[in-house]
Ligand binder design. Structure first.
Ligand code: NAD
Ligand code: IPM
Ligand code: MN
Length: 349
């Protein structure tokens, strides 16, 4: 038998702590050969001793662990959001987790705010570039505090970064038997970076003759996603557009509480987290939906080659959605712990 997979767990802040406890419970219920090690990187730790990521933290994660499971980072007591930036964006950037994979799947028609949409109508994946773009926070302020103040924020796009995420999208399409890859940009206005994305997309698409390649402006894509989500299969886009589109896409699935993600560099220690944040007003109230975190943990198991355990989690989550054994945001009456427990019980039965 192969050795246990080692998983680093960073519950983080707010509801992150509550939903991760349920995700860990559900993974344990599968009996998967995994060992969890918890890290307290969070606002609490930062406020206590000033540490965001301990020295060599990312090197340690990469060498000692097979995957990382994260809750959420963000706390009103840290208005600068410095700890979140260093921990969450730190993992994405410093561990070079260049593809943020965000599946969009409707589990039950009752969860979708759109009329006459069936589960089979909403089944696509957004691949968000995860290491560059506007998120590099390059720019500056000039003449601050004067009427002549100037602020700039650079959108950094490298040929290497763009090409590898586009190739990742085509490879995922091929692996999952999907037929279309759509590249989303705003090349009618952002002509320089848009031009780079367009050229790279056309070149990479030529290597994948069996997969249809199309591009769409981000504004039009928002409209189409709401009017007719059936047309989408794989969407690849930059860091900022991917962030915004996946909150919209989360709403199609029943809300932010349902949406899962993986921050991936193939072959390396990768990180899995729900799409939602720490939702401070809900923290500590046992009301947060744990499904996004549970499905992120299932994505992690799949990444680690534990497909059987992952599909058992998927089946149990689907059943909980159908039977409304869920939290209130998606129509149920259960608390976070009870919803997690229900799924864990089904997984272990
Ligand atoms: P948020 O995702 O925390 O919450 C927005 C709203 O979505 C909530 O008020 C709630 O109505 C709903 N929601 C989110 N998660 C839910 C869940 N599990 N169950 C039920 N409803 C849920 O976004 P926000 O309020 O903009 O951000 C709060 C903090 O979290 C900020 O500090 C932000 O920077 C941070 N954040 C972190 C991450 C992350 O760690 N990956 C992601 C997004 C936001
Ligand atoms: C997400 C979040 C993060 C992002 C924030 C918290 C930095 O919104 O994971 O979608 O913008 O990437
Ligand atoms: Mn976001």
């Amino acid at each position: 038998m192969s050795a246990s997979k080692r998983i680093a767990v960073v519950p983080g802040d707010g509801i992150g702590k509550e939903v991760i406890a349920e995700a860990v419970k559900v993974v344990r219920a599968t009996g998967a050969a995994v060992e969890f090690t918890e890290f307290d990187w969070s606002a609490d730790r930062y406020l206590k001793d000033g540490t965001t990521v301990p020295a060599n933290g990312f090197t340690m994660l990469a060498s000692d662990f097979d995957a990382i499971l994260v809750g959420a980072l963000g706390d009103p007591r840290v208005p600068s959001n410095l700890h979140a930036k260093e921990i969450l964006l730190g993992m994405r950037f410093k561990m070079d987790l260049y593809a943020n994979v965000r599946p969009v799947r409707l589990l039950d028609a009752a969860l979708c705010p759109l009329k006459n949409v069936r589960p089979e109508d909403v089944d696509f994946v957004v691949i968000r570039e995860n290491t560059e773009g506007m998120y590099m926070d390059m720019g500056g302020v000039f003449k601050q505090g004067t009427p002549d103040e100037v602020a700039t924020q650079e959108d950094i796009n490298t040929r290497k970064g763009v090409e590898r995420v586009i190739r990742f999208a085509f490879e995922l399409a091929r692996r999952q038997g999907r037929r279309k890859v759509l590249m989303c940009d705003k090349s009618n206005v952002m002509t320089y970076v848009g031009g780079l994305w367009q050229r790279a997309f056309k070149e990479v698409a030529r290597e994948y003759a069996g997969i249809e390649a199309q591009s769409m402006y981000v504004d039009a894509l928002c409209m189409h996603m709401v009017r007719d989500p059936r047309q989408f299969d794989v969407i690849v886009t930059n860091n900022m557009f991917g962030d915004i589109l996946t909150d919209l896409a989360a709403a199609l699935q029943g809300g932010l509480g349902m949406a899962a993600s993986g921050n991936i560099h193939p072959g390396r220690t990768s990180m899995f987290e729900p799409v939602h944040g720490s939702a401070p007003p809900f923290a500590g109230k046992n009301v947060a939906n744990p499904i996004g975190a549970i499905l992120s943990a299932a994505m992690m198991l799949e990444y680690l080659g534990l497909e059987r355990e992952a599909s058992r989690i998927h089946a149990a989550v689907l059943e909980s959605a159908r039977q409304k054994k869920t939290t209130q945001d998606v129509g149920g009456t259960l608390g976070t712990r009870e919803a997690g427990e229900w799924i864990a019980n089904l997984v272990s039965s």
